[in-house]
Design a protein around this ligand. Structure first.
Ligand code: NAD
Length: 322
C-alpha cells in the first residue's frame, strides 16, 4: 500500500486489488463482479455473521440472481461466470478493516445509507488506506458530503453500482468536487473493465443520472394512482407495452422495497421546490399495512409469481371504472 498504490491507480495504470467494505446486498455483488474480472478482492463487514456468510452467499447469488423470473427480460446481462467457485475463491472475507484495505488500490464502501456511519468509516479509511482511491456506492449521497472525513479529497468519489449487477451491467461515477480528473478516469476505466457501461456525471447531481430520471417516473406513476386516474396494474401494463420492458414502475418499486422507496422519495421531497412533491398516500397506505414489496410477499403485487410475469396479463385491459 505504501508502495504508491494510489500513484499507480491515479497515474493512469489499472486498478488491481480491490477492497469492499460492507457485505450486504450490494457489497456481495460488487465483490463478485470485481472477482469475476480476475482481480483479488477483500470483503469486510462490521457484522461477524454477515461476513461469515458473504463468500458462500455471493457464490450462490452469481447464479441465482440472474435466473430470477423478474429479470428474464433483461437483455444486456453479464455472462454468468463459467466457474463460480473460482470467482468466489478470489474473494477473501477479512474481519479486520485495517487488514482488508491494506493492499487495496481501490476501496469501495457499501455500508448503510447513513451519512454519519459513512463519515466515520471514511475517516478510518483515510488513515488505514492512505494510497487508495476511496469510492462510495451510496445511492443518494454525493461524495462531497464525505470531504470533511478525508485529508485528500482528490482520491474521493462516487462509484454507483446497480442491483442485480449481473442483469444491470452499468455504473455511474461522480466526483466530490475535488476529485483528481485522472482518478475519475481510472475508476471509469475500472467500471468498464468489469463489463459495466460506466457513465461519468459532470458536476454534482442528486440521484446521479438514472436514479434522478427514475425518480421522476416514480413520482408521476404514484401521482396518477393517488389522484385516482388509474390502478398500478394499468400504469405498468401500458408502460411495459410502450417501452417493451418486462416490468413496469410499480413492479420495480416492489423489487426495491416500498419502505426503501418511501425513504428515497422523502429525501427528494426534502429538497424539492414544488409543493406538489409530497409523500404518496398509496405508497404509505401499503407500507402501513405491512406490504413492503417482494420481500414481504405483498406490495403493489402479490409475490412470488406476480401477475405481470404472466404474458397473458399484458393483454388484459383494466376493468372499466365504476
Ligand atoms: N440495495 C441496492 O439495490 C443498492 C443499489 C445501489 C446502491 N446501494 C447502496 O449501497 C449501500 C449498501 O446498501 P445495501 O443494500 O447493500 O445495504 P445492506 O443493509 O444490505 O448492507 C449494509 C452492510 O453494511 C454493514 N455495515 C454497516 N456499518 C458498517 C461499518 N461501519 N463497517 C462495515 N460494515 C458496516 C452492515 O452490517 C450490512 O451488512 C448503501 O449506501 C446503498 O444506498 C444499494
Amino acid at each position: 500500500m505504501d508502495q504508491g498504490a494510489g500513484e499507480r491507480a491515479d497515474g493512469g495504470t489499472e486498478i488491481g486489488a480491490v477492497a469492499v467494505v460492507g457485505a450486504g446486498t450490494m457489497g456481495r455483488q460488487i465483490a463478485a463482479v470485481v472477482a469475476a474480472s480476475g482481480r483479488g478482492v477483500t470483503i469486510h463487514d462490521a457484522d461477524a455473521t454477515t461476513l461469515a456468510g458473504a463468500v458462500p452467499r455471493l457464490r450462490e447469488e452469481m447464479v441465482s440472481l440472474p435466473a430470477a423470473p423478474a429479470y428474464r427480460h433483461h437483455p444486456y446481462r453479464l455472462p454468468t461466470p463459467a466457474d463460480p467457485d473460482a470467482v468466489a475463491a478470489r474473494v477473501r472475507a477479512v474481519a479486520s478493516l485495517a487488514e482488508a484495505v491494506a493492499d487495496a488500490d481501490l476501496v469501495i464502501e457499501a455500508v448503510r445509507e447513513e451519512i454519519g456511519v459513512k463519515r466515520a468509516l471514511f475517516s478510518e479509511l483515510d488513515r488505514l488506506a492512505p494510497g487508495a482511491i476511496l469510492a462510495t456506492n451510496s445511492s443518494s449521497l454525493p461524495s462531497s458530503l464525505l470531504v470533511p472525513a478525508v485529508t485528500d479529497p482528490g482520491r474521493l468519489l462516487n462509484l454507483h453500482f446497480f442491483a442485480p449487477v449481473w442483469v444491470r451491467p452499468m455504473a455511474e461515477v461522480m466526483g466530490c468536487g475535488a476529485t483528481r480528473p485522472e482518478t475519475l478516469a481510472a475508476v471509469a476505466r475500472f467500471g468498464r473493465s468489469l463489463g459495466l457501461a460506466t457513465a461519468t456525471v459532470r458536476g454534482e447531481s442528486k440521484g446521479f443520472i438514472i436514479n434522478r430520471v427514475w425518480r421522476a417516473v416514480k413520482r408521476e406513476a404514484l401521482r396518477v394512482v393517488d389522484e385516482g386516474h388509474a390502478d398500478p396494474a394499468d400504469v405498468d401494463r401500458l408502460w411495459m407495452l410502450f417501452f417493451g420492458t418486462g416490468v413496469g414502475p410499480f413492479g420495480i418499486m416492489d423489487m426495491v422495497g416500498l419502505d426503501v422507496v418511501a425513504d428515497i422519495e422523502a429525501s427528494y421531497a426534502a429538497v424539492a421546490t414544488d409543493p406538489e412533491d409530497r409523500a404518496s398516500a398509496t405508497l404509505h397506505r401499503l407500507i402501513a399495512a405491512g406490504a413492503h414489496g417482494e420481500k414481504s410477499g405483498r406490495g403493489f403485487y402479490r409475490h412470488p409469481d406476480a401477475e405481470y410475469l404472466d404474458p397473458e396479463w399484458l393483454r388484459e385491459g383494466g376493468a372499466p371504472p365504476g
